[in-house]
Design a binder for this molecule. Structure first.
Ligand code: F0G
Length: 458
């Protein structure tokens, strides 16, 4: 059993939460069309929908907010962020963006043409959708172990190098405007990618002259896993590991709402000067002038400080142990989760908890609804609601290999008692799992449908 680490901080400001009655929860579910994105936050007790933008900022970040320089161009805040970005990531050029998907949109707008392919280990949903929105086809080439929830492979986010080479040979490098890897692999369980694998990915892309971009949303957690699990990295600092990782790439997109522990913000970095010119033009059109990129000066300052806090090793050690603690409590209660525990979230194998519900009836969604019903806890389905799509050639539905319920843990926000409450609630659900039913859509948009879909119980 994983022990719970003492938090390397104490609390000096609180935010009240309240547990509404079972009757009120039932009404909230009905009103939301059984989509937890549509439930009011005030009706949620423990919110594990996402770790994105939901963390607690530190006293130093709040102090930095007060120093925010709101000048339209060339603000001091921008230059403080620039110094941090250059120090940590080392790319030649960067722009801020209001969040990760804005960086993805701009990169895709500049590089993806209809009929192009963009390989990765696994794209997150917004990356996937931004590539599709430009007529491209995102392609996931993670190792097979990633699809076996019980397999304890230490780097289950790794890309399958043989598959990547075969894929490039088949499609032709000219059809691949850039290649990616997501660290950690959120869509596949928050699993890390090894440095050895990142080197091999970089070698393959570069041997075909394909620019290599890292989706760096949770790069610090990934680097801490490398420190803990990959030989040769035990005595390197997380910052040194990050340096090595980014030195292998030509650029990165980042949602700063994760490992930079801010409520809003993103980054797009690159080494190519002509791409940078195009990115700036696109940014001005969609986000704002290149020294603020859709953010307030105060947000840039909070990010500049948060980038360093996200690399703090006492924090990262606590962070990953908290996640592992929740996973181990669930496993002790007989609830299977993706092994090993991910960095930012615990991923319940909804298919294993609800084996009687077929993919077409959304077992992950059914478990998410039940978790709210039982304990006013919000998680998010990562399965067929999010990822099933009709094949563009045949029109046949293609289902994802995993049906998951993700419990994402906001940074520096919840305590051990909150995690115990979540585990106890799920243990109750497990004892009556066979009576839980699936769902069908009553409304579903074409892209990113999990955000606004509505359901009806079957
Ligand atoms: N890439 C990864 C790996 C992500 O997990 C996310 C967001 C993004 C890009 C997009 O960033 O939200 O700032 O636009 N993930 C959140 C989540 C939403 O809940 O996992 P964004």
């Amino acid at each position: 059993m994983q022990t719970y680490p003492p938090e390397p901080f104490r609390i000096k400001m609180t935010e009240p939460i309240r547990l509404i009655s079972p009757k009120e929860r039932e009404a909230a579910l009905k009103g939301a069309g059984y989509n937890l994105f549509a439930v009011k936050a005030e009706d949620i007790f423990i919110d594990l929908l996402t770790d994105s933008g939901t963390g607690a900022m530190s006293q130093d970040q709040w102090a930095a907010v007060m120093r925010g320089d709101e000048s339209y161009a060339g603000a001091r805040s921008f230059h403080r962020l620039k110094a941090a970005v250059e120090d940590i990531f080392g790319f030649k050029y960067f722009v801020p963006a209001h969040q990760g998907r804005a960086a993805e949109n701009i990169l895709s707008a500049c590089l993806v043409k209809p009929g192009n392919y963009v390989p990765s280990n696994m794209h997150f949903d917004t990356t996937d959708a931004n590539i599709r929105a430009r007529g491209g086809r995102p392609t996931n080439l993670v190792i097979d172990e990633a699809f076996d929830p019980a397999n304890p492979h230490p780097f289950k986010g790794n890309m399958d190098i043989a598959k990547l080479e075969a894929f490039i040979e088949k499609t032709g490098a000219d059809k691949i405007p850039f290649g990616m890897v997501t660290v950690t692999n959120n869509a596949g369980g928050g699993q890390p990618v090894s440095m050895e694998n990142i080197k091999a990915i970089a070698d393959v892309y570069h041997s075909y002259k394909i620019p290599f971009f890292i989706d760096a949303a949770r790069y610090a957690e990934n680097c801490f896993f490398i420190k803990e699990r990959e030989s040769g990295y035990e005595s390197k600092s997380v910052k040194e590991i990050a340096h090595e990782m980014f030195s292998l790439a030509d650029g990165m997109t980042m949602s700063a709402k994760k490992d930079a522990i801010v409520n809003i913000g993103g980054l797009l970095c690159m080494n190519d000067e002509s791409l940078f010119q195009n990115v700036k033009n696109e940014l001005i059109l969609r986000e704002g002038f290149p020294t603020y990129g859709g953010l307030a000066g105060r947000d840039l300052d909070a990010m500049a400080v948060g980038l360093y806090e996200g690399l703090d090793e006492a924090y990262l050690s606590y962070r990953l142990a908290q996640t592992a603690y929740l996973a181990s409590r669930l496993n002790d209660a007989g609830i299977p989760t993706i092994q090993p525990a991910g960095g930012h979230a615990v991923y319940l194998d909804a298919h294993a908890v609800l084996p009687h519900i077929p993919q077409s009836e959304f077992p992950g969604q059914a478990l998410a609804v039940e978790l709210y019903r039982e304990g006013a806890i919000r998680g998010v389905e990562i399965g067929s609601v999010m990822f099933a799509y009709p094949d563009p050639d045949s029109g046949k539905m293609i289902y994802p290999k995993l049906e998951l319920l993700r419990l994402a843990i906001p940074r520096r926000t919840y305590t051990q008692t909150h995690m115990d409450y979540v585990a106890d609630t799920l243990a109750k659900i497990k004892s009556r799992a066979s009576s839980i039913r699936g769902f069908k859509f009553t409304y579903a948009p074409e892209l990113l449908r999990h955000f606004t879909a509505r359901f009806e119980p079957l």
